[in-house]
Write a protein that binds this ligand. Structure first.
Ligand SMILES: [Zn+2]
Length: 129
């Protein structure tokens, strides 16, 4: 009999669980212990999150996405209203912080869910055992 913990859900389901901040395998345990800090393992099914290495991928995606939004928004605001510099600081600094944390959270979750669903692991040589 197959252990339910060994079953890999459909890719969309696994990524959906991760995007909701839940374990990509069972959808029960929490994925994060803080806004950006991954937990060590799932408390419900025991999936070790340390097996997954999302590395700098989320930061690279976040830089492109948030950087584009902030740059286009700042240019648009400046051309439309010509506000003083402090209005830009008041609008864009908090926006940058919030968008960065939110995007890193979701991108990290999506990459971890995708790694789990695709059974991606760090590269190994076939004779490593
Ligand atoms: Zn789990």
């Amino acid at each position: 009999m197959t252990n339910p913990a060994d079953l890999i859900p459909d890719k969309g389901v696994a990524i959906g669980h991760a995007l909701k901040g839940r374990c990509p395998r069972c959808g029960q345990g929490r994925l994060f212990t803080g806004p950006l800090k991954l937990g060590d393992r799932c408390r419900a099914c025991g999936l070790d999150y340390g097996d997954f290495n999302v590395g700098d991928g989320p930061a690279a995606f976040a830089i492109f996405i948030v950087g584009t939004i902030i740059a286009v928004g700042a240019l648009w605001l400046d051309m439309a209203v010509r506000p003083p510099w402090w209005v830009h600081a008041l609008v864009w600094v908090p926006t940058l912080v919030v968008l960065t944390v939110l995007s890193l959270h979701f991108i990290k979750a999506a990459l971890l869910g995708s790694e789990y669903a695709n059974q991606a692991r760090e590269g190994r040589r076939s004779d490593d055992g």
